[in-house]
Design a binder for this molecule. Structure first.
Ligand SMILES: Nc1ncnc2c1ncn2[C@@H]1O[C@H](COP(=O)(O)OP(=O)(O)OP(=O)(O)O)[C@@H](O)[C@H]1O
Ligand SMILES: [Mg+2]
Length: 277
């Protein structure tokens, strides 16, 4: 277990002296001559929602793939709870508590919402139901699946529907519920609000907010209102490099960040993205 504290800084709603859950040290990923991530170091502490923002092509998704194990870094290290997982394959990272959500492949579109949940619960429970009476095990699986649906505000009436027929916002809730089945230590979210209308974005923001403290989250998002409302801290990636990390207020007021990114998004120290509203 790591007990390495991050440097103390004024934080809104998160204690940055908490243990570091996920740490990247000097991650480099090159595609030919392009360094998509160029010596990226970042720390996510226990229970925080850490926003990751930056212009198109900055390297945010590349970093998420490096963290989740879809891509291997050319150099650098990755630690989960202080253990080096740089060489761990993606599926073993999930088992260790490092989950990624909002990948289309998460759901079986032809299966009902309930069957999707049951499969996820059963897969994540592994052999722990082995010693139960079959009927008790089935009841426990159903109870767990229903509980995940409830936590993610999935309506009971939707449970029998094929997952592929759910409206966009409800599919996102289902994907979230499937991810919760693995009891993550940290969840990586790459643009969860993409393609959503204002109402769906608001509901998903509330759902993410309701999970605050249960596990850490690294949230990549272009919706600045959502990021600045949700994040305890924000890191800014520009051209493969982290140019700033800090509280939402610190990031909003950072001249280099305004010049490189937030100015174009219409976010200034006085406008947009209130953290507490
Ligand atoms: N598999 C790949 N092969 C070659 N170049 C790639 C590959 N994946 C990403 N890139 C390049 O790496 C850079 C970073 O891309 P990435 O998708 O990580 O950016 P991003 O910050 O997620 O952008 P966006 O906000 O548009 O999602 C871009 O220049 C992109 O074209
Ligand atoms: Mg991206």
């Amino acid at each position: 277990m790591s007990t390495t504290p991050v440097s103390p800084m004024r934080a809104q709603g998160v204690d940055t002296t908490m243990p570091v859950v996920l740490e990247a040290r000097g991650l480099v990923k090159r595609f030919g001559a392009l360094a998509a991530t160029d010596d990226v170091s970042i720390q996510v502490v226990d229970g925080e929602i850490h926003g990751l923002i930056g212009p198109n092509g900055a390297g945010k998704s590349t970093l998420i793939h490096l963290l989740s194990g879809g891509l291997r870094p050319d150099s650098g290290h990755l630690l989960l709870d202080g253990t080096d997982i740089t060489r761990l394959p993606a599926y073993r990272r999930v088992a260790a508590g490092l989950s990624r959500s909002f990948q289309i492949t998460n759901t079986f579109r032809e299966l009902s919402v309930m069957d999707n949940l049951l499969l996820a619960v059963q897969a994540c429970a592994g052999s722990s139901f082995r010693f139960w009476q079959p009927r008790n095990a089935e009841t426990a699986l159903h109870d767990h699946a229903r509980e995940l649906a409830r936590q993610c505000a999935l309506d009971d009436a939707l449970l029998a529907q094929p997952a592929g027929t759910l409206p966009h916002g409800e599919q996102r809730k289902l994907e979230f519920a499937l991810t919760l089945a693995s009891s993550p230590r940290i969840l990586l979210l790459d643009e969860p609000m993409a393609g959503m209308g204002p109402d769906e974005t608001r509901r998903l923001t509330e759902l993410i907010d309701s999970m605050r403290g249960r596990f850490s989250m690294l949230l990549v998002e272009h919706d600045m209102q959502a990021v600045f409302r949700l994040a305890d801290r924000v890191s800014v990636l520009v051209a493969g490099r982290i140019i700033a990390s800090g509280t939402p207020d610190e990031i909003r007021a950072n001249p280099a960040v305004i010049q490189a990114y937030l100015g174009d998004e219409g976010i200034t120290p006085d406008a947009g993205g209130s953290h507490d509203s």
